[in-house]
Design a protein around this ligand. Structure first.
Ligand SMILES: O=C1O[C@H](COP(=O)(O)O)[C@@H](O)[C@H](O)[C@H]1O
Length: 253
């Protein structure tokens, strides 16, 4: 059941070591799900995560991962054109997707011609069609879509996706995808998966590096009680959550 999964923490000395481990972790899960389901549904974040995935586009993974079975989604997206420097799609395309042979029809970018509200509704509709076709699995525990792997990052304030500390969107219980017009981190208009969907994933991988995240990591993973809950503290999964940390991010644990 979502929320009662195993939580693992893997610590590394450097960001480079995190990237090496993350590539193997992702490739192993790709092989597992392709064998079990015939497809691999993987959800990308923006930010530092994409750089951390760089080793997937190198040997041995470039030639051994079954890229043709991948279906790629975005955990959150900024409501800008796909060629805008703030676009999470552009970041992922330039950093990973242009280097590996994933069929373009299996890369699900948001419709950048729509308003934030309409883009969120449109993306949710897209996910629903893929659930009907069983490309995306369904969680027996929650009834929400069950992605094989969601790859997340965390900001120094403890946000993940476009779910920010203290924001009402963190409490969304029914929508799969929602929109935000006042993101505290620019740009202000974004769409984002909600917690019920995020926490219904089979595997959630949280990748955090850098000294500026150490306080939020301590809050999210330490045993100290706080009156204000960070979004990152709410992260769960159906099977397993793994936090991948470099030395700086883990320095206050
Ligand atoms: O704005 C965003 O921030 C988070 C965290 O980014 P990071 O650079 O601090 O890792 C990111 O995961 C999210 O996708 C993005 O839209």
């Amino acid at each position: 059941m979502a929320g009662q999964c195993e939580k693992k923490v893997e610590k590394f000395q450097t960001e480079e070591e995190v990237a090496v481990r993350l590539a193997k972790y992702t490739a192993d899960l790709s092989a597992k799900f392709v064998k079990e389901r015939g497809v691999f549904t993987v959800v990308l974040s923006g930010g530092s995560l994409i750089y951390a995935l760089r080793k997937l586009a190198e040997e041995p993974y470039k030639d051994t991962v079954e890229w043709g079975k991948w279906h790629v989604f975005w955990l959150d997206e900024r409501v800008v054109k796909k060629d805008h420097p703030d676009s999470n799609y552009k970041l992922a395309f330039d950093g990973l997707l242009c280097k590996v042979p994933i069929p373009p029809g299996q890369v699900y970018a948001i419709n950048d011609a729509l308003s934030a509200e309409a883009a969120a509704e449109d993306y949710e509709t897209c996910l629903k069609h893929l659930v009907q076709r069983n490309v995306i699995a369904t969680s027996k525990a929650t009834g929400f879509p069950k992605f094989d792997l969601i790859l997340l990052g965390m900001g120094p304030d403890g946000h993940l996706a476009s779910l920010f500390p203290g924001h009402a969107l963190c409490n969304e219980k029914t929508k799969w995808v929602t929109h935000i017009m006042d993101s505290p981190k620019p740009p202000p208009r974004r769409i984002t998966f909600t917690f019920p969907v995020i926490n219904s994933a089979a595997y959630n991988a949280m990748v955090v590096t850098g000294h500026d995240t150490a306080d939020a990591v301590q809050k999210a993973l330490g045993n100290i009680q706080h009156h204000d809950t960070l979004p990152a503290q709410l992260l769960a999964a159906e099977d397993e959550v793994t936090w991948f940390l470099d030395h700086d991010a883990a320095s206050k644990l």
